[in-house]
Design a protein. Structure first.
Length: 199
């Protein structure tokens, strides 16, 4: 995520600086030269002291029910920060696609027309989201996953690395599609499915 933000700044000449990151205990080492600036609990104080303006949730998920990601997103907004939306310059995002606040579109991603992506979503490296998809909030589409046209992903679900979801199917709230799975029928809320066809 840090690298994506730096690439955006370099390629667009955008004038922003990454001030740092928070963690639960203020014990983390710098990451790619970016320092830990305090605990998650100190965020409101840091916003005022350091005149911070924007935030992103840098925690991923490897399964559905992105409770932590949703909680951190709410905390950032409650601290008065605006969600930063990051689209890597190598991503191809159709002009009619909508990307919600705080979402990150990583390198090599393709997002096709009329797709709508919610807030605090990770569309990870080289994932492909085809036309007319509807992606909820706090979702993680992991590297190389493929969503066919008209797929719906409800809030907080996780589509694993290299998984394929066939056209017009729905993946329910907080559900997990395992890495490499092929989803051939809709997935219920909170379920975990794996394999080809996914069960
Ligand atoms: C940049 C990044 O790295 S982003 C992160 C990318 N990573 C992902 O997207 C990973 C998504 N997560 C997965 O695929 C996980 O394997 C999960 C969530 C589906 C299952 O995780 P767990 O509940 O911990 O399952 P666990 O590892 O205990 O395995 C349970 C069984 O499922 C099988 N299994 C686990 N994952 C898969 C899979 N992707 N496909 C098929 N079978 C699987 C295991 O072999 C095991 O089978 P067994 O009981 O016969 O031995």
């Amino acid at each position: 995520m840090i690298d994506t933000l730096r690439t955006i700044a370099e390629s667009s000449g955008a004038d922003f600086e990454i001030a740092g990151f928070t963690d639960p205990t203020y014990s983390a080492q710098p990451i790619l030269g970016v320092p830990c600036i305090g605990t998650d609990a100190a965020l409101s104080r840091l916003v005022h002291a350091m005149r911070l303006t924007h935030f992103m949730v840098a925690v991923g998920s490897i399964s559905g029910g992105s409770v932590l990601r949703a909680r951190l997103f709410a905390a950032g907004e409650a601290a008065g920060l605006e969600p930063f939306t990051a689209i890597h310059p190598s991503a191809l995002v159709a002009g009619s696609a909508l990307i919600g606040g705080g979402s990150v579109i990583m390198a090599g991603v393709v997002v096709q027309p009329r797709t709508k992506i919610g807030r605090n979503v990770i569309v990870n490296t080289r994932a492909s989201i085809d036309h007319d998809c509807l992606i909820g909030d706090h979702v993680h589409v992991a590297p190389g996953a493929v969503l066919s046209g008209g797929v719906s992903l409800e809030n907080g679900c996780h589509v694993g690395a290299g998984a394929v979801v066939l056209q017009s199917l729905r993946v329910g709230q907080g559900a997990t599609v395992a890495g490499g799975a092929t989803v051939v029928r809709s997935v219920g809320a909170g379920a975990t499915v794996m394999g080809t066809p996914a069960r």
